[in-house]
Design a protein around this ligand. Structure first.
Ligand SMILES: Cc1ncc(C[n+]2csc(CCOP(=O)(O)OP(=O)(O)O)c2C)c(N)n1
Ligand SMILES: [Mg+2]
Length: 614
């Protein structure tokens, strides 16, 4: 008989997690960077005790909000190119459900994270326990079932030995480039504390090396043939390029053949912004350089992208009716979207095989020259909108210019929701791969600050700059206190335009009246005047409200030298966004309305819908 060790399910779980390793730059490191935890009756006695036992090998971090700590965990996985990740544990009921939105965020963005919410008693004897929802017709239901549609793998652990196969499957999902996403192991409270004789072999150290699939011969041949026949090829670099760390292979392919590249939100920084063939952002928030090429392209090599509507301009961007899309992706689901020729492979492997096969092949010089010219024109347009100003209410673009001048391209720039993603996608000049960290798959307000914390944990030697709107800040800012507590410095630039600026602009663009977005247009007795600097200072951050772009640059230079989290607040104009570049986005406008503005917007909408290619 093989040797066993008697442990509680929770002890077995934490011991297992602490023994899982990976290799980063040839060095063996734990694959779990730690566990975020907020305890309650659903996990303090079981998981809490077990985490204490392994606190030296698997550190536990305390946060202020479950959604926020999950954001930090997810950002850690993203900033580590999915090579390392974290777990997050909560009590039952509200603590658990506070993580559901974050689970969806990880699901949409294909990011690894292990959720360990507490669950109700498997034995049901004390039912209903505090915070238990009672289903009148289903005895097996608990609120944690809400995790099912937003988890890549969900399991409820109702017996201690179930954790053995569940952990096996969890590690498969977390480390598989195609399946990668959130795993939820819902841990019944009584079972956490129950003992079992676990085989000792379960706790053997394992080293997980990321799988790199090589392409299928037939799919590769078809992709090569399509590319060789191309006159106007374009590469779309998505997040998969970064997760595969395929920037070198991408540069080699496009430099060899003279193919221009454009980047999705997730793929930005695949090539540095100043790479001559990088047309930068594509799609709804794209540059004129990239979008002009996308309209004409005859072969689109889409690498590691989900082709979401912001990338495809709601499928109205690619105007060349005869175009072919090649979907180079580890995931079959993505690779074949929109009848693309699938090329199932790791991005680095796929790109290097394409490079080898296309050696000596060049795209017509006119196409490459056209791209280079377009880039120069775009750079001039971008320089204009990001230039310094002494306007009382600068635009987001002008603030971005100031942050770029003060912080350079070497920092990690992080953002998620509001008007900033569109402006930053177009205008931020990213440096090294991963230096641009956008959560724009789920675009979750409140990701920013907590996400910054996770990114800083992943890259402690990097300056992490978070750009956030007043709306997102007010939704979820509590991890500023955690960043101070853990000595994890962030530089947070808060753009206060006194409301939901981008949705107000969208409302106007769809013919709506200014209503319920900017604070001034919302029902109020007292016009809010939030003192953000005082608020941030109360959590221990250095905080300052600056009165101009010049003051912002000075304050940023000071923040750079500080080792404590800094929050810099600047008033901005809610009505301005960058006109240059960009593309139509499908947002459904009412078919009938008593407002003539809506009817006019509907007319334009129908024209735009009509221009969409199949
Ligand atoms: C959790 C969540 N709720 C709602 C939205 C819809 N939404 C997107 S941007 C936005 C307003 C963001 O306001 P702010 O952070 O101030 O940025 P601004 O638009 O003013 O630039 C809203 C409500 C969202 N993305 N996430
Ligand atoms: Mg705002």
């Amino acid at each position: 008989m093989s040797k066993t060790i008697r442990l509680t399910m929770a002890q077995a779980l934490t011991r297992f997690l602490s023994r899982q390793m990976t290799e980063v730059d040839g060095k063996k490191v734990p694959i779990f960077g730690g566990v975020w935890a907020i305890f309650g009756h659903g996990n303090v006695a079981g998981i809490g005790e077990a985490l204490y036992q392994v606190r030296d090998e698997l550190p536990t971090f305390r946060a202020h909000n479950e959604q926020a700590m999950a954001h930090a965990a997810i950002a850690y996985g993203k900033a580590n190119f999915r090579r390392r990740f974290m777990a997050a544990t909560t009590s039952i009921g509200p603590g658990a459900l506070n993580m559901v939105t974050a689970a969806a965020l990880a699901h949409v963005n294909r990011l690894p994270v292990l959720f360990l919410p507490g669950d109700v008693f498997a034995n049901r004897l004390p039912d209903p326990v505090l915070q238990q929802a009672e289903d009148f017709s289903d005895g097996t239901a608990s609120v944690n079932d809400c995790f099912r549609p937003v988890s890549r793998y969900f399991d409820r652990i109702t017996r201690p030995e179930q954790i053995i196969p569940a952990l096996n499957r969890a590690m498969q999902v977390l480390t598989d480039p195609a399946e990668c996403g959130p795993v939820t192991l819902s841990l019944c409270q009584d079972v956490q504390a129950e003992a079992y004789d676990y085989p000792e072999s379960l706790f053997a150290e394992r080293v997980w090396i990321p799988r790199r699939l090589r392409p299928d011969r037939n799919e590769l041949a078809a992709a090569i043939a399509a590319l060789k026949g191309a006159k106007k090829p374009l590469v779309i670099a998505g997040g998969g390029v970064l997760y595969s760390q395929a920037s070198g292979e991408l540069a080699k392919l496009v430099q060899g053949a003279g193919i221009p590249v454009c980047e999705t939100q997730g793929g930005k920084s695949s090539l540095p912004d100043d790479h001559p063939l990088n047309m930068a952002a594509v799609g709804v928030t794209g540059t004129s350089a990239a979008n002009r090429l996308a309209e004409e392209a005859d072969v689109v090599l889409a690498v590691g992208t989900r082709l979401q509507d912001f990338t495809t301009g709601s499928w109205a961007l690619f105007k060349n009716a005869g175009r072919t899309i090649i979907g180079l992706n580890t995931q079959v689901f993505d690779a074949g979207k929109h009848w693309a020729l699938p090329l199932i492979a790791d991005a680095a492997e796929g790109l290097s095989e394409l490079s080898a096969a296309l050696k000596g092949w060049k795209v017509p010089a006119a196409w490459t020259d056209n791209a280079l010219k377009g880039k120069t024109e775009w750079q001039a347009a971008a320089a204009k909108v990001t230039a310094s100003t002494n306007a009382a209410y600068p635009s987001d673009a002008q603030v971005i210019g100031a942050v770029q001048r003060a912080m350079g391209s070497g920092v990690t720039l992080l953002h998620a929701a509001g008007g900033l993603p569109g402006e930053l996608h177009k205008l931020w000049q990213a440096g090294a791969p991963g230096s641009y960290h956008a959560e724009y798959g789920f675009s979750t307000m409140g990701y920013e600050i907590a996400g910054g914390l996770g990114a800083k944990m992943a890259k402690p030697d990097q300056e992490v700059v978070v750009m956030v709107g007043d709306g997102s800040y007010l939704m979820l800012n509590s991890e500023i206190a955690t960043s101070v507590m853990l000595g994890l410095k962030l530089t947070i630039v808060l753009l206060d335009n006194r409301g939901y600026g981008c949705i107000n602009r969208l409302q106007m663009a769809t013919g709506g009246a200014n209503f319920n977005n900017l604070l001034k247009d919302a029902r109020h007795e007292v016009m809010p005047d939030v003192d953000f600097a005082a608020h941030a200072a109360s959590m221990g951050a250095n905080a300052e409200k600056v009165a101009s772009i010049a003051e912002l640059e000075t304050a940023l230079a000071k923040a750079k030298k500080n080792d404590r989290t800094t929050v810099l607040v600047i008033d901005t104009d809610p009505l301005v966004s960058t006109e240059a570049g960009g593309h139509w986005w499908d947002v459904a406008v009412p078919e009938v309305s008593s407002r003539p503005q809506v009817n006019a917007a509907r007319k334009k909408y129908e024209e735009a819908v009509g221009s969409r290619q199949g």
